[in-house]
Design a binder for this molecule. Structure first.
Ligand code: NAI
Ligand code: MG
Length: 486
C-alpha cells in the first residue's frame, strides 16, 4: 500500500451544529476494502439519534436560515463548494480509503464534481422565477416557492460524496433543512462535508448527519419519522420498495434513483476505436460500481468479432490494484459481501452456459482486498439471470444482434430503465433508436456526459422523478398559489 498524506478519521454524528457520539456510545468498524484492515470507528445511530437530528432540523427551519437573503444563501453555498476544493486531496484520500476506488478517479471526478454541485446550484438559485397567471381581468394568480421542510437524504456507497452533494446542494438552495444518512460502508467524506457546511457558515441544525445502518436502524427511523417531509434516496431498487412502504405511513414525498441494467447498443457503422475507449470506461470505471455503467453490450453482427477482440485486448491493459498507485485504473470492490455477490454471478454465468472470455477471478499477486479482474462474458441471452439482474461490479455481457427491431426488443425487455448508450454514425438511426429505448437517459456516441441542468433519473423500476436543475428544485420546493381578485 502506498503512503497517503491524510489519515483515516473516526466518524461521529453531526447534530445541531455539534459532533456527537451515539447516546449509548455504540460504534461499528469501518473497513478498508483494499486491505481488509480497520480504518477506524463510526458512531452507530438509530431512532434516538435520528429523532434528535430531525428535531434540530425542524427548529432550524424557522431560525437564521429562513431569514437569510438569497444573496447570503448563494454566498454560503458557494463557500461550501470552495471549501470542498480547498480540502480536495484530503477528501479524495478518504473517499479512496473508504470505497477502494483509485485516487485518480476520486481526485479527478468525485471531489471536483461535488464542489461543482454546490457551485452549480448556488448559481441556479438566481435563475428561479415564479409563475404568474392573469385570469382575464378577474384575478391575478402567482405561485410562491417555499421549502418542503425537513428532508432525509439516504445515500449509497459507490459515489459517496458526489451523490450526497448532488442532493444536499439543491435541497439547501431551496431553503430546506436536512438529515443525511450516508451508507454505512462509506462514512468518512460525509463527516468532513458536515464540518465544511459548518465552516462555510450554514447555521446550526440546518445540516445534520446520522451514521448507521439501513433496515431496523437509522435509515428506517429516518423514513418513518413523522416530522420528515421528504426522502431523497439513491440505492437499490429493493431498498426503494421497502422505503416506500415505511414512508407511506406519513405520506412522504419521495425521489428515487435506483438500480439499472443499462444497454450499450453498438452498430457496425460506428467508429470502433472510439467505441472501445468509451466502452472500457462504461464497463469498468469505479470497478463497475456506477448505476450508469453499461453492463449489457449489444454489437451488430458484422462488427461483433472485431469489437470483442479489441475490447478484450484493451481490458487486459487495465492496471488493477492499490487505489493509491497513480497507475491503477481498477481498485477494490466495496466489501466482502459485495465481492461474494459479484463473483456469485460469474459462477452463475458458467451454469447458464456462458463463456468467460476475459477475467472472472482474483488478479494474481493481490491476496488481500476485494479485487476482481474486469470480466467479459459471452454466450448468454435474455433468459439468463446474469443478463437481467444488476450485478454492480466489473462484469459485462456481450451479445451480437442482427436488426434494429430485434435489439430494441431485447434492450427494453427489463424492469430497469436508467440509461443507455447508442453508437452509430447514421443520423436518422441514432434519433430513431434513442427515442425508442425505455430509459431516462440515452447517450449517442458517448457516455456519462452530463449537463447538470438536464433531467437525470430512471424509468420503470430505476427511479421516480428526476434530479438536475429545475427538476431538483421542483422536488425540494413546495408551491403555494396566491389568487388575488382584481
Ligand atoms: P442500498 O439500497 O443497500 O443502500 C443505500 C442506502 O440505503 C444505505 O445508506 C443504506 O443504509 C440505506 N438503507 C438500506 N435499507 C434501508 C431501509 N430499510 N430503510 C432506510 N434506509 C435503508 O444500496 P447500496 O448497496 O448502498 O448501493 C448500490 C445500489 O445503488 C445499486 O443498486 C445502484 O444501482 C444504486 N445506485 C443508483 C444510482 C442512481 O442514480 N440511479 C446511483 C448510484 C447507485
Ligand atoms: Mg468503508
Amino acid at each position: 500500500m502506498q503512503k497517503q498524506a491524510y489519515q483515516p478519521i473516526d466518524c461521529l454524528h453531526f447534530i445541531d451544529g455539534k459532533f456527537v457520539p451515539s447516546l449509548d456510545e455504540k460504534t461499528f468498524d469501518n473497513i478498508n476494502p483494499a486491505t481488509e484492515e480497520k480504518l477506524g470507528i463510526v458512531a452507530e445511530g438509530g431512532a434516538p439519534e435520528i429523532d434528535l437530528a430531525v428535531k434540530a432540523a425542524k427548529r432550524a427551519l424557522n431560525g437564521p436560515w429562513k431569514k437569510m437573503t438569497a444573496n447570503e444563501r448563494v454566498a454560503v453555498l458557494r463557500k461550501v463548494g470552495d471549501l470542498i476544493l480547498e480540502r480536495k486531496d484530503e477528501l479524495s484520500t478518504l473517499e479512496s480509503l473508504d470505497t477502494g476506488k483509485p485516487t485518480w478517479l476520486s481526485g479527478s471526478i468525485d471531489v471536483p464534481r461535488s464542489a461543482y454541485n454546490f457551485h452549480f446550484f448556488s448559481d441556479y438559485i438566481r435563475t428561479i422565477t415564479n409563475e404568474s397567471t392573469l385570469m382575464d381581468d378577474v384575478a391575478l394568480n402567482y405561485a410562491i416557492r417555499r421549502p418542503v421542510g425537513v428532508i432525509g437524504l439516504i445515500n449509497p456507497w459507490n459515489l459517496p460524496l458526489l451523490l450526497l452533494t448532488w442532493k444536499l446542494a439543491p435541497a439547501l438552495a431551496a431553503g430546506n433543512t436536512i438529515v443525511m444518512k450516508p451508507a454505512e460502508l462509506t462514512p468518512m467524506t460525509a463527516t468532513i462535508l458536515a464540518e465544511i457546511c459548518r465552516d462555510a457558515g450554514i447555521p446550526d441544525g440546518v445540516v445534520n448527519l446520522v451514521h448507521g445502518f439501513g433496515p431496523h436502524s437509522a435509515g428506517a427511523a429516518l423514513t418513518e419519522h413523522p416530522d420528515v417531509n421528504a426522502i431523497s434516496f439513491t440505492g437499490e431498487t429493493t431498498t426503494g420498495k421497502v422505503i416506500m412502504t415505511t414512508a407511506a405511513k406519513t405520506l412522504k414525498r419521495l425521489s428515487y434513483e435506483l438500480g439499472g441494467k443499462n444497454p450499450n447498443v453498438i452498430f457496425s457503422d460506428s467508429n470502433l476505436d472510439e467505441v472501445i475507449e468509451t466502452t472500457i470506461k462504461s464497463s469498468f470505471i469505479n470497478q463497475g460500481e456506477v448505476c450508469l455503467c453499461g453492463s449489457r453490450i449489444y454489437v451488430e453482427r458484422p462488427a461483433y468479432e472485431a469489437f470483442l477482440e479489441k475490447f478484450v485486448a484493451k481490458t487486459k491493459e487495465l492496471v488493477i490494484g492499490d487505489p493509491f498507485d497513480p497507475k491503477t485504473k481498477v481498485g477494490a470492490l466495496i466489501s466482502e459481501e459485495h465481492y461474494e455477490r459479484v463473483t456469485g454471478y460469474i459462477k452463475l454465468a458458467l451454469e447458464e452456459g456462458g463463456t468467460i472470455v476475459q477475467g472472472g477471478k482474483r488478479p494474481g499477486g493481490l491476496d488481500k482486498g476485494f479485487y476482481l479482474e474486469p470480466t467479459i462474458i459471452t454466450g448468454l441471452d435474455r433468459k439468463c439471470r446474469v443478463v437481467n439482474e444488476e450485478i454492480f461490479g466489473p462484469v459485462v455481457t456481450v451479445m451480437p444482434f442482427d436488426t434494429e427491431e430485434e435489439v430494441l426488443d431485447q434492450v427494453n425487455d427489463t424492469h430497469y430503465g436508467l440509461s443507455a448508450s447508442v453508437w452509430t454514425n447514421d443520423l436518422r438511426r441514432a434519433h430513431r433508436v434513442a427515442g425508442q429505448i425505455e430509459a431516462g437517459i440515452v447517450w449517442v456516441n458517448t457516455w456519462f456526459l452530463r449537463d447538470l441542468r438536464t433531467p437525470f433519473g430512471g424509468m420503470k423500476q430505476s427511479g421516480i422523478g428526476r434530479e438536475g436543475g429545475l427538476h431538483s428544485f421542483e422536488f425540494y420546493s413546495e408551491l403555494t398559489n396566491i389568487c388575488i381578485k382584481l
